[in-house]
Write a protein that binds this ligand. Structure first.
Ligand code: SAM
Length: 345
C-alpha cells in the first residue's frame, strides 16, 4: 500500500451532509469521536493557559476534510496549519474554512494555511509559509498509517513534533494496537460485529508469531465502508521514540472508555455532550451549520432548547449501540509535551 493509494482512497470518500450523516449506523460513534477530540483539545488548552498561552498556534497533521476546524475556532487559536496527503480533502478543508470565515460574527478570524504533503516522505518545515513553532500539534486518526515501515513512521513523527515550542503539546487519537490484536486473536484471526470488522493481512503471523514493530497490516471496515489498509502503531514504541529522540514526555494515554469516564465526570464534558446530543435528535436545518457540530455561537441553542422542552435528558453514552461501543473501545487518545530547558542555576 503506497501513500498514493491512501491519498486516492481518502480523496474518493464523499462529503456527506448532516441529514445523510444522521442515517448512518455509526452516527453516534462519529459524534462520540468528535466529543473525545473536543475534550482532548479542552484539556490541553487548560495546561497552555496556565502557562500563559492564550491563543495557541496549531498544526493539524492528517487533517482530512477539516472536520476539526470548528474546534480550532472555538479554541480561539491564533493560526492553524492544515496538512494532508489527499489533495481533494485539503481543498474541501479550505472550502469549509472559507465558509466559516464568511459566517464569522467576530472581528477576528484565525488565519489558516493549507498544505498538500505526504508526511511520511516530505519535510513539512520546507513547506510552511510561516515557520514559527507550534503550541499544539494534533494528529487525529492518522499517525498509524505511517507505521507501514520504520522510515515512514519516523518521518511522520518528525513532521508532527519537530516544530513544537518547548512546553508545546502533541495530541492525537489512534487505533489501540493491543486491543485490536486481542480482539482479532479472540476471534481466531478476525473480529466482526454489526458495525465494524477487523482482519489481518497475515493471520498466521497474528496467531502464531510476534507481530513486527512496523508493517503489521490490518483492515478495519466501519459501517461497511472498506477502508484502506491500516498498520498497528504500538503505543509503547511511539512513546519510546518521542521520549528518547524528541525530548517529549507522556502527559497521558487513555483508552476511549477511560477517557469518556474521566471527561463525563466534568460539568464541561457533560454540557458539551448534551449539546452534541441535541444536534443528534434535532439536526440543524440545511445550511444553518454545515459542520453539524455544536458550537458556542448559538447554532445548537435552538436544538438544545427543544431537547430540554421534550424532557429528553438521556445520557450521551447510552445512545451508542453495543457494536458502536465495541468499535469505540478499539481507540486510544494521548498527549505528549515537549520538555522545557532546565532553568539555569
Ligand atoms: N484527522 C481527520 C479527522 O479526525 O477526521 C481525518 C482522519 S482520516 C481517518 C486519516 C487521514 O490521514 C486522511 O485524511 C488521510 O489522507 C491522512 N493521511 C494518511 N496518510 C498520510 C500521510 N502519509 N501524510 C499526510 N496525511 C496522511
Amino acid at each position: 500500500m503506497s501513500s498514493e493509494q491512501v491519498a486516492e482512497h481518502y480523496n474518493a470518500v464523499k462529503e456527506v451532509g448532516v441529514e445523510k450523516r444522521t442515517e448512518s449506523r455509526i452516527f453516534y460513534m462519529r459524534n462520540f469521536n468528535n466529543w473525545v477530540k473536543s475534550m482532548l483539545i479542552n484539556e490541553i488548552l487548560g495546561h497552555l493557559r496556565q502557562d500563559g498561552v492564550q491563543f495557541p498556534r496549531v498544526l493539524d497533521i492528517g487533517c482530512g476534510k477539516g472536520g476539526d476546524l470548528r474546534k480550532w475556532d472555538i479554541a480561539r487559536v491564533s493560526s492553524v496549519t492544515m496538512t494532508d496527503i489527499a489533495d481533494v480533502s485539503v481543498e474541501q478543508a479550505k472550502g469549509r474554512y472559507e465558509e466559516m470565515k464568511d459566517r464569522n460574527r467576530r472581528n477576528f478570524f484565525f488565519p489558516a494555511e493549507f498544505i498538500v504533503a505526504d508526511s511520511t516522505k516530505d519535510d513539512l518545515m520546507e513547506k510552511y509559509a510561516n515557520k514559527m513553532p507550534f503550541d499544539i500539534s494534533s494528529c487525529q486518526f492518522s499517525l498509524h498509517y505511517s507505521f507501514c515501515d520504520e522510515q515512514s513512521a519516523r518521518t511522520y513523527i518528525r513532521n508532527a513534533v519537530g516544530n513544537l515550542k518547548p512546553g508545546g503539546f502533541f495530541i492525537g487519537t489512534l487505533p489501540d494496537a493491543n486491543r485490536i490484536v486481542w480482539a482479532a486473536r479472540q476471534g481466531n484471526g478476525m473480529f466482526k460485529n454489526a458495525v465494524c470488522s477487523i482482519t489481518f493481512e497475515n493471520t498466521e503471523q497474528l496467531l502464531n508469531e510476534q507481530l513486527p514493530h512496523f508493517g503489521a497490516k490490518f483492515h478495519f471496515t466501519l459501517d461497511e465502508q472498506v477502508n484502506c489498509p491500516e498498520f498497528l502503531a504500538h503505543f509503547s514504541l511511539l512513546q519510546k521514540i518521542l521520549v528518547d529522540e524528541f525530548d517529549m514526555d507522556l502527559v497521558f494515554v487513555r483508552q476511549f472508555p477511560d477517557a469518556a469516564k474521566k471527561w463525563m465526570a466534568s460539568r464541561e464534558g457533560r454540557e458539551l455532550a448534551s449539546k452534541m446530543r441535541a444536534l443528534e435528535k434535532y439536526p440543524p436545518f440545511p445550511g444553518q451549520n454545515p459542520s453539524g457540530e455544536a458550537d458556542e455561537y448559538g447554532y445548537a441553542e435552538e436544538q438544545l432548547k427543544k431537547m430540554n422542552e421534550d424532557g429528553n435528558k438521556q445520557k450521551y453514552i447510552e445512545c451508542l449501540s453495543k457494536s458502536e461501543w465495541e468499535a469505540v473501545c478499539m481507540y486510544l487518545v494521548f498527549a505528549f509535551r515537549k520538555r522545557k530547558p532546565e532553568p539555569e542555576k
